[in-house]
Write a protein that binds this ligand. Structure first.
Ligand SMILES: Nc1ncnc2c1ncn2[C@@H]1O[C@H](COP(=O)(O)OP(=O)(O)OP(=O)(O)O)[C@@H](O)[C@H]1O
Ligand SMILES: [Mg+2]
Length: 379
């Protein structure tokens, strides 16, 4: 069963509602009947049918029925202890700052709402503006685990949610055989044999505070996976046919990121709070760089962040982000450069490779000359 991005949450009894029923053996004999051909030997490439056919294909283990998003039901709000720990935006901004993430009021507010409403937040922005780091810093600020799901083309639910531990099941079968015993399927499809992937790990996080679930670069995954993720988030629950429904006791705080390689679906966007992270101002960028390269000279960080901002004004193939600025300042600091205008031309030329990642971009910037880079009035 494939979840569709625009589909209604399951209001009727979904196929997996018979959670108490024994696992299906729809792919043929049960694992122990075929112990000589190990289940995992023929199994996964991901997405291929597992021995008993129960690992979720795309959307194969969709969430249980429940209150649909925006159904008019009152929002639950964050747990009281989370609300007490984060009474306002300023408190969160200070906590993020203490976690070494420099945040502007807009992003601080978006993250605050993600925690307190709660509502998933979708962060978009150019590469290297701090989307991933925002989620990491939020977890540090809340002193809670970060569970990260890195998306990529072809990712499927088995990799994101759970898989059965076939080698372990096989071992159990062999050990039982050695004892002249025979295991029932129900003995093999228990929690002991479950490999929890990030989405399930986040749902099952025992607290006391919810985990931060980072679904990174969702635009790289395909449509089906996006729809599957969307429904799972809508319900904060998932049904594992052999085990029943896993419902989060502490629904995770969800941060999604996208680099806009494709448009995400409206259904997903509607559910999320959307926030665009812009490049920081040179001053704020300098503050970020100083956190990452504490022994850098202040004039150098100010010069470098201004130079990077200037470079972004050119028609570059890959405009540099903050990470590249940090790398550049780290390189210049290591080479003992106190300010950009004290930079020998050859050093400038070499270290620009920290910031620019293609020959064309390097030539474009080098062509402007060092004076342009440092903002010298005559340049
Ligand atoms: N506001 C910030 N405060 C502190 N560090 C930051 C901030 N923004 C970015 N950084 C630094 O820049 C680096 C790049 O950030 P990050 O990886 O989060 O960018 P991104 O937007 O996820 O990029 P990509 O789109 O390439 O994944 C981080 O390792 C972090 O050190
Ligand atoms: Mg990232």
């Amino acid at each position: 069963m494939t979840a569709g991005a625009g589909s209604e949450p399951h209001s009727g009894a979904p196929p997996q509602a018979d959670a108490g029923a024994p696992p299906q053996a729809d792919s043929g004999a049960p694992p122990q009947a075929d112990a000589s051909a190990p289940p995992h030997a023929s199994a996964p490439p991901h997405g291929s049918a597992p021995p008993h056919g129960s690992a979720p294909p795309h959307g194969g283990a969709p969430p249980q029925a429940g209150a649909p998003p925006h159904s008019g039901a009152a929002r639950p709000g964050a747990a009281p202890e989370v609300a007490a720990a984060l009474p306002d935006v300023e408190t969160l901004a200070a906590a993020l700052d203490a976690a070494d993430y420099v945040v502007d009021p807009g992003l601080a507010t978006a993250l605050f709402l993600a925690v307190r409403l709660p509502q998933p937040v979708l962060l978009e922005g150019e590469p290297g503006v701090g989307k991933t780091e925002a989620a990491k810093a939020l977890a540090r600020a809340l002193d809670t685990p970060l569970v990260r799901l890195q998306c990529y083309e072809g990712i499927d639910a088995a990799e994101a949610l759970y898989e059965w531990n076939y080698p372990r099941q096989l071992l159990a079968i062999r050990m039982a055989e050695a004892r002249d015993e025979r295991l029932a399927e129900t003995d093999l499809f228990t929690r002991d044999y479950l490999l929890r992937r990030p989405l399930l790990a986040a749902l099952e996080h025992p607290g006391p505070r919810p985990a931060v679930l980072l679904i990174d670069e969702l635009d790289r995954a395909d449509d089906d996976f996006e729809a599957f993720t969307f429904e799972l988030l809508a319900e904060s629950a998932v049904t594992i046919p052999e085990l029943g429904t896993v419902r989060a006791t502490h629904p995770p705080i969800v941060v999604l990121t996208s680099n806009r390689t494709r448009d995400l679906h409206d259904a997903l966007k509607r559910r999320c709070l959307y926030h665009w992270i812009d490049y920081p101002s040179p001053d704020r960028a300098a503050e970020i760089v100083r956190r990452r390269v504490p022994d850098s000279a202040l004039p150098l960080t100010l010069d470098a962040t201004a130079a990077v901002a200037r470079m972004r004004g050119l028609d570059l193939e890959k405009p540099p982000g903050i990470a590249e600025t940090v790398d550049w300042v780290a390189a210049l600091t290591l080479l003992g450069v106190p300010r950009l205008d004290a930079l020998p031309t050859d050093v400038a030329a070499t270290t620009l490779g920290s910031v620019l990642k293609s020959r064309d971009d390097l030539e474009l910037v080098r062509g402007r000359g060092l004076g342009w880079l440092t903002g010298a009035p005559h340049a």
